[in-house]
Design a protein. Structure first.
Length: 461
C-alpha cells in the first residue's frame, strides 16, 4: 500500500501512471467493444446483411449492460480511491464488496426482464416482424444468459484497476475475447450454427472472464475483503451510484439514441432509395466501429480516474490537473487519426463485414463521413465528465454525460428528419457534437478555476 501511495502522490510521473492505468483500461474496453465486432464479422460473412441488421437491433441491450457495469464499477472504483486517498481503508472495502454484489444482481434482473419481454424489447429497438426479427430473437435469447457475467466482468474490471492491478483487468477481457473468437470460428464456420453459434460463443467467453474477476476478489491487494463487505448497504450503494451516475447516464443516453436511430432508420429508410434493412445494417456497422474508437477515449478517461480521485482526496491538485490535460492531449491526437480514417477509408471498413449492393455501400460511406464528422473533437465530453466523477462532483459529471446524447443529439434526431428525411439523421450528430463541445469546455474551465482557488487556499493555510 505504501508503494501505491507514493506513486499516486508524486514519485511517479503522471505520464508513467497514465500508461500503467490507461493502456490496460483501453485494451479492456477495446476487447469489450470487439465482442460485438467479432460476432458481426462472422455473421456478416456467413449470415449476411439481415444478420448484421439483427445484431444492430440487439445492440441497445449490450449498451444497457455496459451502463449498469459503469454505474457500480466506475462508482465503486471512484469511491474506493477517494476513501483510500483520505485514509479511510475500512469504508473503502465496503465500496468494493457492495459494488461487486450489485454488478451481478443487476445483470440477473436485466436477464430476467429481457427473457420475459423480448418481443416487445426487439420491436422497441427497431425490429420489424420478419427475418431480421427472427435472427435478433435467436441471438438475444442466448446472449441474455450472459448479462450477469458481462456486467460483472466489465464493472469488476474497474474495481480491480482501482486496486492497482490494471493488467489483470486487461487479462480478464482478453481471455473472454480469445475464447469468443475461437468458438465463433468453430460454431459458425464449422458447425454452421449461425446466429445461435455466435451467441453461445459470446456467453462462454463472458463466463470465463467473470470467473477470473471472482477469483481476484478473493485476493484483493490493498484491503482485505470479507464476506460481510459483499452484503449491500444502502448508504454505500447510494454513494456508489452517485459517482457512477455520470457514466451510467452517458451509456443510457447512448442506448436511447440507438433505439431512436433504429426506429428512424426503419421509417425514413423505407421512404428512401436505400430501404429499411439496408439502412439498419450499414448504420449498425458504423455504430460499432465508432464504439471501438470511443473505447480508446473512454479508456484514457478511466485510466486517469484512479490518479485524479486519489490525488484530489489527498489535495495534490497539480497532479489532478496534470492528469486531465495529459488525457485530453492524447485523446485529441487519437481523434484526429480516427477522423482521417473514417473520412478516407469508409468503404474498406464496410467491406470487412460482408458484401452488399451499391445502395448499401453508398449509405454506409455517407453514414461514416457525415455522422462521425464530429469525432475530431467529441472526445472532450467523455473525458471531462469522467473527470468530474473522479473528483467527487457527480452532479456535474451526470449533466455533461447527458449533453451530447440526450440533451442535444436526441432532439435534433427527432426534428431534422422532418425537414431533411434520412439525411437529417446523419447531420444531427455533428451538430450535437459542436454544441456539446462548447458546453463541456465551459464547465471544465470553470472547474479548473475552482481548483486553482483550492490550491491558493491550501498554500495560504
Amino acid at each position: 500500500m505504501e508503494q501505491t501511495e507514493r506513486s499516486f502522490l508524486g514519485t511517479e510521473k503522471i505520464s508513467s501512471l497514465m500508461g500503467k492505468f490507461a493502456i490496460p483500461s483501453i485494451i479492456a474496453l477495446l476487447v469489450s467493444a470487439l465482442y460485438n465486432i467479432i460476432d458481426q464479422l462472422f455473421i456478416g460473412q456467413v449470415v449476411g446483411m439481415d444478420g448484421n441488421a439483427a445484431t444492430n437491433v440487439a445492440f441497445p441491450l449490450t449498451t444497457s449492460c455496459i451502463a449498469l457495469a459503469l454505474l457500480f464499477g466506475i462508482g465503486g472504483a471512484s469511491c474506493f480511491n477517494l476513501s483510500m486517498g483520505s485514509g479511510d481503508t475500512k469504508r473503502a472495502a465496503y465500496f468494493v464488496g457492495t459494488s461487486t454484489t450489485m454488478l451481478f444482481l443487476s445483470g440477473v434482473v436485466l436477464c430476467i426482464v429481457s427473457q420475459l419481454f423480448l418481443p416487445q424489447i426487439l420491436h422497441l429497438c427497431g425490429a420489424e416482424d420478419g427475418l431480421v426479427f427472427d435472427y435478433a430473437e435467436i441471438y438475444v435469447r442466448i446472449t441474455a444468459i450472459g448479462f450477469p457475467f458481462l456486467i460483472l466482468t466489465t464493472g469488476g474490471g474497474h474495481l480491480i484497476r482501482a486496486d492497482g492491478s490494471p493488467q489483470m483487468t486487461m487479462i480478464c477481457n482478453l481471455l473472454g475475447a480469445v475464447i469468443n473468437i475461437i468458438l465463433d470460428a468453430l460454431f459458425i464456420l464449422v458447425f454452421g450454427w449461425g446466429m445461435a453459434g455466435a451467441a453461445i460463443a459470446t456467453v462462454i467467453g463472458q463466463i470465463a472472464s467473470a470467473i477470473v474477476v471472482v477469483l481476484y476478489m478473493r485476493r484483493f491487494k490493498t484491503v482485505k475483503l470479507k464476506l460481510s463487505h459483499f452484503r449491500p448497504e444502502w448508504s454505500v450503494m447510494k454513494r456508489t451510484a452517485m459517482l457512477g451516475m455520470a457514466s451510467f447516464f452517458n451509456q443510457l443516453a447512448m442506448m436511447v439514441v440507438q433505439v431512436v436511430i433504429n426506429q428512424l432508420l426503419n421509417k425514413y429508410g423505407a421512404l428512401s432509395i436505400y430501404g429499411a434493412t439496408t439502412a439498419l445494417a450499414a448504420a449498425g456497422i458504423v455504430m460499432k466501429v465508432a464504439q471501438v474508437f470511443f473505447s480508446f477515449i473512454i479508456g484514457l478517461g478511466q485510466g486517469s480516474q484512479p490518479i485524479e480521485s486519489y490525488n484530489y482526496g489527498a489535495k495534490q491538485y497539480d497532479r489532478v490537473r496534470g492528469a486531465l490535460w495529459l488525457t485530453l492531449g492524447i485523446s485529441g491526437v487519437l481523434s484526429v487519426a480516427a477522423f482521417i480514417l473514417f473520412q478516407i477509408f469508409p468503404a474498406q471498413i464496410l467491406a470487412l463485414f460482408g458484401d452488399g449492393d451499391a445502395t448499401y455501400v453508398e449509405f454506409g460511406v455517407r453514414f461514416f463521413r457525415i455522422y462521425l464528422f464530429g469525432v475530431i473533437f467529441n472526445f472532450f465530453q467523455p473525458v471531462v465528465s469522467t473527470f468530474f466523477t473522479s473528483i467527487g462532483k457527480a452532479y456535474k459529471g451526470v449533466f455533461l454525460s447527458l449533453t451530447r446524447q440526450f440533451l442535444f443529439l436526441l432532439p435534433l434526431l427527432l426534428l431534422m428528419p422532418l425537414w431533411f428525411g434520412i439525411d437529417g439523421i446523419l447531420y444531427a450528430a455533428p451538430a450535437a457534437d459542436v454544441i456539446s463541445l462548447i458546453t463541456t469546455v465551459t464547465f471544465m474551465l470553470l472547474e479548473l478555476r475552482n481548483i486553482r482557488k483550492l490550491e491558493k487556499a491550501q498554500a495560504a493555510a
